[in-house]
Design a binder for this molecule. Sequence first.
Ligand code: AMP
Ligand code: GLY
Length: 424
Amino acid sequence: MKLLVIGSGGREHALAWRLAKTHGLQKVFVAPGNAGTASERELENINITDPEALADFAAEQKVHLTVVGPEAPLAAGIVNLFRARGLKIFGPTREAAQLESSKDFAKRFMARHNIPTARFATFSDRGSAHAYVDQQGAPIVIKADGLAAGKGVVVAMSLADAHDAIDHMLPPASQGAAATPARVVIEEYLEGEEASFIVMVDGKNVLPLASSQDHKRIGDGDSGPNTGGMGAYSPAPVVTPEVHARAMREIILPTVRGMAADGTPYTGFLYAGLMIGRDGSVKTVEFNCRLGDPETQPIMMRLKSDLLTLLDHAVAGRLDLVEAAWDRRVALGVVLAAANYPGTPRTGDVISGLPESSEDSHVFHAGSSEQDGQIVTSGGRVLCVTTLSDNLKRAQKHAYDLIVGIHFDGMQYRRDIGHRAISR
Ligand code: AMP
Ligand code: GLY
């Protein structure tokens, strides 16, 4: 049996690595993959990214199931395309993926279905956006409407920053004649602790994955600009059984029911970014129509169930028949990023000192590629050093001990991954 994973990040490396443990498997193709997926025995990179060409490949190779990692191909309708050709694929359709690809769609959806989230208003006119911000005051959050890999968001602590963000995201009226005018969503600032709540959905039934927590800012102590995520661990202690129950009851189940009722049933991984208030209240910061990166790396380290069995049940609409089993231990992943990330990363730096993987550690690759027999950096987030241990402190120490041996010029990483759970 053959499987296909679409994407090239750490999330896809972790997914493919876990799928490769499937009994009776011949091969997991990764399209296009990275130097890490190239180096694993059961995985094979294929250099195809065009959706039609991927569907041709899946058909020719008789791929049993395709799993999509990133949001861009989902938002472009790769699931619609594969289904139209009778090919098995796990992910949301283009229409359902709007929960991530359009902030405006997501906010209206949540308002319509009473799903708790920050108050908001949408603007394409600069003047009105500025006036709204003046009326609401700071702190306030300004988001570009559209896919921005977590980077189209400004959490403005002052009015001046909010006005700057609007000027940045909305063109002046004289230039506003584009086919799809730029829009911003302006949101109430939510206070609390964030967690990543990721589930599998088959259109109707929901199977929650283990909880996790990301570290979005580039710098220690959550300082500096937002990134795609600099490290993660699972489980997230802030997701108590009460928070879990509320997230399911108030956010996930109404979302799955609402999408079905609206005629855009949701299938695929669904990621709710939660803001958990001191009072235990749970609000939706955002939806992603995919697994998180780097959350997937620790989550896959902990998954004990056979992933393909879960995916097969999901595609068949029978997630009500399965449960996921998790390693009781804690998994933690530290991202090593390239020079200048989250700006345009420098590429081509030689990576050395990669450790062997073991039962309780694995280095997942993201922006890495092979060049003249060497592994070099080729993207912003380069590696995610992921470990599994009895407790978070030990997992953290193990990860940082491994990092000491790894080198590339300009390597940046946070020294405090796991700090929230440890200070609890
Ligand atoms: P998003 O791309 O919507 O996930 O936003 C990226 C990050 O900005 C989130 O993970 C939060 O840390 C922060 N953020 C987004 N919206 C809000 C909000 N309404 N209140 C506070 N922080 C927010
Ligand atoms: N780590 C955050 C995300 O995947 O969106």
